[in-house]
Design a protein around this ligand. Structure first.
Ligand code: PLP
Length: 441
């Protein structure tokens, strides 16, 4: 670590880059999700489970590009295969064998995926999943859970931040994702509470015959990494089946929970599933899959209904090759080892909380975890909301991790990667324990 005379880590180069970026990017960054506290940490390189910033600090990365890099940074098998692929062309209007190979691999593992289409991002995967559900059912409305993040499609953004009262009718509408977003969308998005059967009965059942899809992330990360309750999943499934609503599992993030993805772990049997992040081996990707009957909506030669789906870079061979190699190396043994490390970490974090009798709780599963500034582990999104003091406390926590050379994402899921060891996991727990010690004093 490079430390200044005051004991703080030097970020002079990051600060200089940020001041240059201020003039050319709105807010100085190209992604809203970049953390600036007070400046973004500009990365020069990634190596395994660490990134090296432009000031030479080596940081243990618990973000892994928003949970994408299950094998860590610059994973050699992927880097070598991609370097070779670059010499034979990076994108074609024609199909390649590589897309078939990755599709076969995904279909072999993910129970809900009989057929698949590739796109370039999770946002697009969710967009096409919802379009497919509409085309298949002939219905327009979508139901989703408050707080869950599903990317930037208008229909997936509406209602993420709850509901508003319509000015004229006083009816509850999904809060649009941004000012000026179409109210026609907001009117057609039902906002439900995760893990709340009462909300399904109140907010979904009365409109069920108009709903094409229920969009559900099996363990919504932005909403708090909430563990789905079995009776809630049962009730949701029953309502969906009874009313002919398609279940769309958004596993863009949670596919990393296991060899077969997350849905089977929680008793969810979706009709349509979206994937992204880990399946591209570090390159842009998204995938939407489902039964052959539903996926027929994307078949140009088939009978209507049809959903046009193209994409200039969809199924580009670089993402396909990288994804295939990365996925092949995600063996059942690899998932078991990440589960073990994740369990060890969550247990050690929980023990630290108990030892200090501090107002924190730990949640997550497999390689994912999240720390809440709450006495009990939240089961509902409403109990994850932080007041100003809790928000400041979580910011202080991220800062104290950073001081010790650990990148802990703020307000999002943190995750492990395969290059991490027990020593790394124990270090994370020790840094948390030291933070708690300072906090409780
Ligand atoms: N769905 C979920 C559950 C996600 O976590 C994300 C991204 O974090 C998305 C969709 C959007 O994916 P992308 O950022 O690739 O567009």
């Amino acid at each position: 670590k490079t430390r200044g005379s005051t004991g703080t880590t030097i970020r002079a180069r990051s600060a200089r880059l940020f001041s240059r970026a201020q003039h050319i990017f709105p807010g100085g960054v190209t992604r809203t999700t970049v953390e600036k506290d007070p400046v973004p940490i500009y990365v020069a390189a990634g190596e395994g489970c660490r990134v090296v910033d432009v000031d030479g600090n080596r940081l243990l990365d618990l973000n892994n590009n928003f949970t994408t890099l299950i094998h860590g940074h610059a994973f050699a098998p992927v880097a070598e295969a991609v370097a070779k692929a670059l010499r034979t062309g990076t994108c074609f209007a024609n199909p390649t064998e590589h897309e078939i190979a990755l599709a076969e691999l995904l279909i072999g593992r993910i129970p809900a995926m009989e057929q698949v289409r590739f796109v370039n991002s999770g946002t697009e995967a969710v967009m096409f999943a919802l379009k497919a559900a509409r085309a298949f059912t002939g219905r327009t409305r979508i139901a989703r859970f408050e707080g869950a993040y599903h990317g930037a499609y208008d229909w997936a953004e509406a209602g993420q931040n709850g509901t508003i009262r319509a000015e004229n009718s006083g009816r509850r509408l999904a809060r649009p994702g941004y000012r000026g977003a179409p109210l026609s969308v907001a009117r057609n998005v039902l906002v439900l509470d995760f893990n709340d059967i009462g909300s399904l009965e109140r907010d979904l059942v009365p409109h069920a015959s108009e709903v094409a899809a229920i969009l559900i992330d099996p363990m919504p990360s932005r909403a708090g990494l909430l563990r789905p309750m079995p009776d809630f999943i049962d009730a949701l499934t029953n309502i969906a089946h009874e009313h002919g609503i398609l279940l769309v599992a958004d596993e863009v993030l949670n596919l990393r929970q296991g060899y077969h993805g997350a849905s089977p772990l929680y008793g969810l049997a979706p009709d349509i599933i979206t994937a992204g992040k880990i399946i591209g081996g570090g390159f842009p990707i998204g995938a939407v899959g489902g039964s052959a009957e539903i996926m027929a909506v994307f078949d140009d030669d088939g009978a209507p209904p049809r959903v046009p789906q193209g994409g200039t870079f969809s199924a580009n061979p670089v993402s396909m090759i990288a994804g295939k190699i990365a996925m092949e190396m995600m063996t059942p043994e690899m998932f078991a080892e990440l589960d073990r490390l994740g369990e060890r970490l969550r247990n050690r974090l929980t023990r630290a909380v108990q030892k200090r009798d501090a107002p924190f709780s730990i949640c997550g599963a497999a390689s994912l975890f999240r720390i809440h500034p709450k006495w009990t582990t939240p089961q509902r999104y409403c109990s994850t909301r932080m007041d100003a003091k809790e928000t400041e406390c979580m910011r202080a926590m991220s800062r104290s991790f950073l001081k010790e050379g650990i990148l802990l994402p703020f307000g999002a899921a943190a995750c492990l990667s395969t290059p991490m060891t027990e020593a790394d996991v124990d270090e994370i727990a020790d840094v948390f324990d030291a933070f708690l010690e300072g906090y409780s004093r």
